[in-house]
Ligand binder design. Structure first.
Ligand code: URA
Length: 234
C-alpha cells in the first residue's frame, strides 16, 4: 500500500482539522510512539496507529464518493502538464479518488469524484442513460430553430449525430439560459452541440447528474454523498 499522511489516515475517523489537533495534543501513536509532528507519513498496511489508545484500522474497501461544485479555471485530471490547478486541489479525501468523467477547464458545476470504479461506470456508460443537466448561458435570445436542432440531435465530430435531448430556454438579463439534458458524454459535447446549432456559449455549468443536484453547494465547495445518494446510482 502507498504511504499516506498520518492526518489523512486519521481523517477517515475525524475531520482533517480535528486530526491535526489530535496529533498536536499527543493523542496519536504510531507503532507505540507518540507523534506530535505534522506531516508524518505512514503505511496503513504495516504501521499500527492508535488514537487515544484505540487502534485505527485502514478503511480498506470503504469507498469515497464526493460531489464538487467545480469552478471554471480548473482541469478535471489529477495532474496538468501546464501546471494549472486541478480539481484534486479543491477536495480532501482519505484515499485516492478520480473524477467521474470530465468537465472542461472553463466549465463549472457538478463533478463527482470517487474511488469506486463500478460507481463511475454506472454514471458514464450511455447504456445506463443517467441524465446530465447542463445550463448554457448565451448572449441574445436563441432562435427556435436552434433549440429544435438541439432537441432533434446535431452532427458533431464530423459524423456522429447526438441523441435527442431535452431542451428548454429562458430569457435572462443580456441573454438566455438554455437547459440541455443529455445522457451521452462525448468530449466537449455540449459546446459542440451549441456550435453546431449556431449558438455561442458564454458560460457552461452542469447543474445535475441524474437526480443529484448541487443544492446550495457553493462554487468551489464539496461534500461527501449521502448513503441514499450512493445507493441511487449503484
Ligand atoms: N460538455 C461540454 O462541452 N463541456 C463539458 O465540460 C461537459 C459537457
Amino acid at each position: 500500500m502507498d504511504k499516506i499522511r498520518l492526518n489523512k489516515f486519521l481523517s477517515g475517523r475525524v475531520s482533517r482539522r480535528a486530526a491535526d489537533a489530535c496529533i498536536a495534543e499527543g493523542r496519536v501513536r504510531v507503532n507505540g510512539e507518540t507523534v506530535t509532528q505534522m506531516g508524518v507519513m505512514i503505511d496503513p498496511s504495516r504501521d499500527s496507529v492508535t488514537l487515544d489508545g484505540e487502534k485505527i484500522l485502514p478503511e480498506r474497501g470503504r469507498h469515497v464518493y464526493i460531489m464538487l461544485n467545480k469552478p471554471a479555471g480548473f482541469v478535471s485530471t489529477a495532474k496538468d502538464q501546464f501546471g494549472r490547478g486541478t480539481v484534486m486541489d479543491l477536495i480532501e479525501a482519505p484515499r485516492r479518488v478520480f473524477p467521474v468523467g470530465r468537465l472542461d477547464y472553463d466549465t463549472e458545476g457538478l463533478l463527482l469524484l470517487t474511488s469506486d470504479g463500478a460507481f463511475a461506470e454506472k454514471i458514464l456508460r450511455p447504456r445506463y442513460e443517467i441524465k446530465k443537466t447542463y445550463v448554457v448561458t448565451t448572449g441574445g435570445a436563441p432562435p427556435e430553430e436552434a433549440l429544435a436542432a438541439l432537441r432533434r440531435g446535431v452532427l458533431i465530430d464530423g459524423g456522429a449525430v447526438t441523441s435527442p435531448a431535452e431542451v428548454s430556454a429562458r430569457r435572462v438579463k443580456n441573454g438566455a439560459e438554455i437547459t440541455i439534458i443529455i445522457h451521452e458524454g462525448r468530449n466537449r459535447q455540449v459546446r459542440k452541440m451549441c456550435a453546431a446549432a449556431g449558438l455561442s456559449v458564454r458560460r457552461l455549468r452542469r447543474s445535475a447528474v441524474g437526480r443529484l443536484t448541487l443544492g446550495g453547494l457553493a462554487v468551489g465547495g464539496w461534500r461527501n454523498l449521502t448513503k441514499d445518494e450512493i445507493k441511487y446510482f449503484l
